[in-house]
Ligand binder design. Structure first.
Ligand code: HEC
Length: 136
């Protein structure tokens, strides 16, 4: 390899490594989005708008702040009783997700809390753990 090839290849390799690191780190922070796509999107839809009259929206839902302290339990154990979201009553049951770890629950909730225009404060892992210990 001559010097010229090296001066071209050197920076190219550095660039490649940087791109790989960036790809890896965005993947890691997007875990909540992946969990949402697998476990939630079929009902609450890709953009969180739910299904009119049947599945409540998670986008711009007043429920997220009003019932903030119960969100982790809702994700783990689901819900059966009617609930009111943005002034509308929903009657369908939401299934639980007992296979999700505490970290998974924190990640998927934090994805919901900051997506589609939602601007809720994130939940720490500690808050999620405290909530789960206090589920009915
Ligand atoms: C099988 C459909 C279904 C799946 C899958 C599902 N949900 Fe729900 N979700 C519902 C229904 C129906 C309700 C309303 C339950 C009730 O009325 O008791 C609800 C309620 C909620 C609420 C409270 C009301 C609101 O809209 O803010 C949140 C938050 C929520 N779901 C988030 C999630 C998350 C996060 C996941 C994935 C881990 C998920 N849901 C998976 C159907 C589903």
């Amino acid at each position: 390899m001559n010097k010229k090839t090296l001066t071209i290849l050197g920076p190219a390799l550095v660039g490649l490594v940087v791109v790989l690191i960036l790809l890896y780190s965005t993947r890691a922070t997007d875990q909540g989005a992946e969990l949402y796509a697998v476990h939630c999107q079929s009902c609450h839809m890709e953009n969180g708008q739910g299904l009119r009259g049947v599945i409540p929206p998670v986008a711009k839902a007043d429920y997220l702040s009003i019932h903030r302290a119960e969100l982790a339990c809702l994700i783990r154990y689901g819900a059966e009783n009617p609930m009111v979201v943005n002034g509308k009553t929903y009657q369908q049951a939401m299934p639980g997700n007992e296979q999700l770890t505490e970290t998974d629950i924190a990640n998927v909730l934090n994805y919901v809390l900051k997506s589609w225009g939602n601007e809720e404060k994130p939940l720490s892992l500690q808050e999620v753990q405290n909530q789960l210990e206090a589920c009915d």
